[in-house]
Design a protein around this ligand. Structure first.
Ligand code: GAP
Length: 485
């Protein structure tokens, strides 16, 4: 179980991520990914794409802009409702997110409470500034979006998108038209989102600029309690923490009957769980869906279950995504403000589709896989990433930098890198080279030594067991492929 400081030190030491603008003391709420972190994030995003876009032939990726017109967020409700409660200290002037400091103080959730309710509890419980213990002022409301004046005189009002989702809604009509007018239609966006968080914290888990991978599934609301592939999931068990209840593992069928989770929704919960357990290889006990109460739910959701992973360096189960039944909230909002019909003609009827959103925070997923796969044995740290997520599948080393070994090792590297992501390293002792690769989750280390020149074999070291095998160079690629299965 790594401490947050251990993850931070590893991330910095190995080029996974570090504070942005660090040269100038850092910029709170912004982190940059280094070469290893970028490779890991890309792999995760690509796994997400191939899994979720593969769920239905009518699911596609689109690429929408990050700055959008103010009108988009007026219509979606973000201008009025995308707010957090802020408590300012009367003594030191520090601004805090009120529900978060109360949560830290009282160990319960206050999300969704009104400023009046929060003010009352702060006074009753005597909660003070966590920085200087000064008295806290009245709670006010703070909109988290970044306003961007656009044009030479800033005459056009724009905002950095606080979620990727709106890009799919504002162009839904065009996408529906070009995608052969079929439902369900899935539109995915993988990209940046921006929120002016009051208290960015816990490394990359709460930033002001971050990445999301979101899939908006537009469907016919009259079919919310069906899915054409329901039979394939109905006996599958999903891990649920319903509101004010204990964790239960129940079949999708039971969730539909006992918890009134519509079949269309339960079907995708089961697919989300398969992604976490089967693709990201998150152990079952570190995964769950948590139902949000009416007060906690996002303003656009009718049904809202968070996807949570147990990230011990962040103190336990944390939200990494959500399954959101947004109904026609967004399309109706855009229809009203734009005066352009969002209604479609489908299955001999006219209606506005509903949306089921599968939303994921990419940075939190990266943090989760690093944390969950972090191992420490004596002085050796190794990250047991599934090979499909390892920044490098293999690292290739010459044992020494003489006797023709670097040339041979480079030959092996050039051959393997056409098949796998590979790293070549000829610096430092062989032990240190192994340790460096262990820390970034490289699955195999391949060493070219003097015996290689005699019999054409190399040593292949397994990251997790550290066991070494001698393998003939000409079957090396097949050997690695076999291990990856
Ligand atoms: N489109 C729906 C939506 O944006 P959300 O729950 O606000 O829903 C989705 O955000 C996910 O984005 C979260 O579950 C989380 O993983 C990630 N996320 C949200 N705010 C974040 C932040 N400040 N820093 C990093 N990730 C964040």
């Amino acid at each position: 179980m790594p401490a947050i400081e251990e993850i931070e030190a590893l991330a910095k030491r190995r080029g996974i991520f570090w504070l942005s603008s660090e040269l100038y003391g850092g910029f709170a709420g912004f982190y940059d990914y280094g070469p290893i972190g970028t490779a890991l994030k890309r792999k995760l995003e690509n796994q997400w794409r191939s899994y979720f876009l593969g769920l239905d032939p009518n699911f596609f990726e689109i690429d929408a802009r990050q700055i959008m017109s103010e009108k988009v967020f007026r219509a979606s409700g973000h201008l009025d409702s995308f707010v957090d409660p802020i408590a300012k200290c009367k003594k030191c002037g520090a601004a805090h997110r009120a529900d978060h400091i109360m949560e830290e103080f009282l160990h319960e959730s206050f999300e969704g409470m009104t400023p009046a309710q929060l003010n009352k509890i702060i006074k009753e419980k005597g909660i003070r500034c966590p920085k200087c213990k000064g008295e806290l002022g009245e709670i006010s409301i703070f909109n988290m979006m970044f306003r961007v004046p656009v044009g030479p005189t800033g005459e056009m009002a724009g905002y950095l998108r606080p979620e990727t989702a709106q890009g799919a809604y504002v162009s839904f009509a065009q996408s529906f038209e070009v995608c052969r007018k079929k439902l369900p239609l899935g539109l995915a966006i993988v990209g940046r989102a921006f929120r002016n968080e009051i208290s960015p914290r816990q490394l990359t888990s709460r930033m002001r600029e971050f990445d999301q991978a979101e899939l908006q599934i537009f469907f016919d609301p009259s079919t919310v309690n069906e899915h054409e592939d329901w039979d394939s999931v109905k006996k599958k068990k999903i891990l649920l923490l319903p509101c004010k209840k204990k964790l239960v593992e129940m079949t999708c069928e039971e969730a539909n009957k006992d918890l009134k989770i519509p079949k269309f929704y339960a079907y995708y919960m089961s697919k989300v769980q398969d992604f976490f357990l089967g693709v990201l290889k998150i152990p079952k006990e570190k995964f769950r869906f948590r139902e949000l109460s009416e007060e906690e739910r996002a303003f656009y959701n009718k049904i809202h279950w968070d996807i949570e992973a147990d990230i011990s360096s962040l103190g336990g189960f944390k939200e990494v995504g959500g399954v959101h039944y947004r109904t026609d909230h967004d399309l109706v909002g855009h229809e009203k403000l734009s005066k352009q019909k969002q209604e479609i003609f489908y299955d001999s009827r006219r209606f506005i589709p509903h949306v089921l959103e599968l939303s994921f925070g990419v940075d939190r997923l990266v943090l989760a896989v690093l944390d969950i796969n972090y191992n420490k044995k004596e002085d050796r740290i190794f990250i047991s990433l599934p090979p499909s997520l390892s920044p490098f599948t293999a690292a290739i080393f010459p044992l020494v930098n003489k006797d023709g070994l670097p040339e041979k090792a480079m030959e092996v590297y050039c051959k393997l890198r056409t098949i796998f992501d590979c790293f070549y390293d000829d610096t430092g002792s062989i032990g240190k080279r192994y340790y460096r690769q262990d820390e970034v989750g490289t699955a195999f280390c391949i060493t070219v030594d003097h015996q290689t020149l005699e019999d054409g074999t190399v040593t292949v070291r397994d990251r997790d067991s550290t066991k070494q095998e001698r393998i003939k160079m000409d079957v090396l690629a097949d050997f690695i492929c076999g291990k990856l299965k």
